[in-house]
Design a protein around this ligand. Structure first.
Ligand code: ADP
Length: 238
């Protein structure tokens, strides 16, 4: 689904945000990208959505070399990617239904199909009863569920989430992660950049750790810190 081949990114300011990053994400994987602020996580996301281009190396999405892709094809790429952000990014003047429908309208989904699809994704996130609510009438967790529903409207193959639980309390964060896990179980590839060490430790998924633009760890079934998932850490038996 995603391949980075020796990717370097130097911004115009001279900052080396990524220094030779290579990894592969298979279809249907669930991956956490962790690392301190400024380590290069958002740059990875921006390279996947073609908001940025690598200075050197290649980025492939669905086997397509998007780092070399024509500008006119960028909207086609983004149609296959659902984005989720820390600050939800809902349109304040639109209600829940309209916020979600807007993502389908942008790609020209026929009205009848759009209404059905919004209803389905609202059911998935458990907010069918809030279709007419305005964003400011919702809790943070509910707003993030709306954002997830919006990300799902065009049936993306990939969901990218940049600090999706950054503004949420621990319990709500857990339910948001459970929802993303459920979406992943249904076949969507999910990539999450996060600082939320408790959740990463609990979920025991693949973890890529970035430090100063380099991958320093890429482990399956892992945690935020390596020792956090030592085989007997929970049971206490040896
Ligand atoms: P993270 O998401 O891990 O916090 P980023 O990918 O945002 O890290 O940033 C990596 C490095 O690149 C940082 O030093 C940051 O200041 C720098 N950087 C990010 N975006 C830009 C930009 N548009 N222009 C210049 N430098 C940037």
């Amino acid at each position: 689904m995603i391949r980075f081949d020796n990717v370097h990114k130097t911004y115009k300011t001279g900052t080396d945000a990524l220094r030779g990053v290579s990894f592969k994400v298979e279809d249907g994987e669930f991956l956490f990208i962790i690392g301190k602020s400024g380590s290069g996580k958002s740059t990875i996301i921006k390279l996947i959505t073609r908001e940025e281009k690598p200075t050197q190396g290649f980025v492939f999405v669905d086997r397509f070399p998007i780092s070399k892709m024509q500008r006119s094809l960028i909207p086609v790429l983004r149609r296959h990617i659902g984005m989720i952000f820390q600050d939800f990014r809902l349109i304040e003047s639109k209600n829940v239904f309209e916020n979600i429908a807007f993502a389908g309208e942008l790609v020209g989904m026929p009205r009848k199909k759009l209404i059905q699809t919004v209803d389905i994704v609202l059911s998935v996130v458990g907010l069918r009863n809030k279709a007419a609510a305005m964003p400011q009438e919702l809790s943070g967790g509910e707003q993030q569920r709306v954002a997830i529903a919006r990300a799902m409207v065009n049936d993306p193959k990939l969901i990218l989430a940049d600090e999706p639980t950054g503004n949420l309390d621990p319990q709500t964060s857990e339910s948001i992660m459970a929802l993303l896990e459920e979406i992943n179980r249904n076949g969507t590839t999910v990539v999450i950049c996060t600082h939320d060490s408790n959740l990463v430790d609990r979920m025991k998924k693949r973890v890529i750790e970035i430090e100063a633009g380099r991958i320093i760890r890429d482990d399956m079934d892992s945690g935020y810190t390596v020792c956090a998932v030592a085989p007997h850490a929970e049971g206490g038996k040896s």
